[in-house]
Write a protein that binds this ligand. Structure first.
Ligand SMILES: Nc1nc2c(c(=O)[nH]1)N[C@H]1C(S)=C(S)[C@@H](COP(=O)(O)O)O[C@H]1N2
Ligand SMILES: [Mo]
Length: 215
C-alpha cells in the first residue's frame, strides 16, 4: 500500500485547518484604535495563496459577472479599464495575524460595478471565483461598501502576479482571505456558498474587529 506524498500545498492547507481546530491566535485582547484584536503590524507585504499561481495575462483575462443580476456582463482588460477608476487607501488584516496599513489601491469600485450589473432583489450573496480555482463569499451588503475595490494596481504599480494580478478583490473590512486574487467571476446568488477557507474551518463572515477567525 502506498500513500501519495504530501505536497507543499496540502501541508499548508492541513496546517491552516489545524489552526482553525486549535483556535490559534484567538487572544480576546482589546483592540487598539486601528489594529484589530490579535493582529500585529508589518511593513512588508507577505504572499499567501495555495501555491498555484495562474498565468493569466491581461489580454487573456476576462471578468464575468453572472447570477441574480439584471445585466450579466463580461469585461475584457480594455473594457475594465474604461470603467470609472477610483483610488482607495486601506489597511490589510490577514487571519494569520499580520496587518499592513495604508495600501494604495486603484481599480473599479464595487459600487460602480453594482450600478452596471444591477443585482435583482433576490441577490443576497456575492461569490468570487478565481483563476486558481479559489472561491470565497461575502454578503452583498459587505460587497456594496464604498471602500471595496476590484483592483489592478497597488502603490501606483500594476498588481504583480503573486499578489493577484491582473485583478484582485480588496475588501478592507474583512480578513484578507475574502479578497480573492486572480479574479475571474463575480457571482450574485440568493443563497450563500461558503468558499475554500470557509469550508475548512474559517469563519463565514471573517470580520477582524469581531475576531471572527474560525467557525
Ligand atoms: N485566488 C486566490 N485568492 C486568494 C488566496 C488564494 O489562495 N487564491 N488566498 C487568500 C488569502 S488566505 C490571503 S491572506 C490573501 C493573500 O494575499 P497576498 O498574497 O496578496 O498577501 O489572498 C487571499 N486570496
Ligand atoms: Mo490568509
Amino acid at each position: 500500500m502506498s500513500e501519495r506524498p504530501v505536497g507543499a500545498k496540502d501541508k499548508l492547507i492541513a496546517s491552516k485547518e489545524q489552526w482553525a481546530r486549535e483556535g490559534r491566535l484567538l487572544t480576546g485582547q482589546p483592540s487598539a484604535d486601528r489594529l484589530p484584536p490579535g493582529q500585529r503590524r508589518v511593513k512588508e507585504w507577505p504572499v499567501l495563496d495555495l501555491g498555484v499561481t495562474p498565468g493569466v495575462t491581461r489580454s487573456d483575462w476576462r471578468l464575468t459577472m453572472e447570477g441574480s443580476i439584471a445585466n450579466p456582463t463580461r469585461w475584457d482588460w480594455r473594457e475594465f479599464l474604461a470603467q470609472p477608476q477610483v483610488k482607495i487607501i486601506s489597511d490589510i488584516h490577514c487571519v494569520t495575524a499580520w496587518s499592513r496599513y495604508d495600501n494604495n489601491w486603484e481599480g473599479v469600485s464595487a459600487l460602480h460595478l453594482l450600478s452596471v450589473v444591477k443585482p435583482k432583489p433576490e441577490a443576497r450573496f456575492v461569490i468570487f471565483h478565481s483563476y486558481d480555482g479559489y472561491t470565497t463569499n461575502v454578503p452583498l451588503a459587505v460587497f456594496a461598501a464604498p471602500d471595496v475595490v476590484i483592483a489592478h494596481s497597488w502603490e501606483g504599480e500594476e498588481l504583480t502576479t503573486r499578489h493577484g494580478g491582473p485583478v484582485r478583490v480588496v475588501i478592507p473590512k474583512r480578513y484578507f482571505w475574502k479578497s480573492a486574487k486572480w479574479l475571474r467571476v463575480i457571482e450574485f446568488s440568493p443563497v450563500d456558498k461558503p468558499g475554500f477557507w470557509e469550508n475548512r474551518g474559517y469563519h463565514n463572515d471573517g470580520d477582524p474587529w469581531k475576531e471572527e477567525r474560525y467557525e
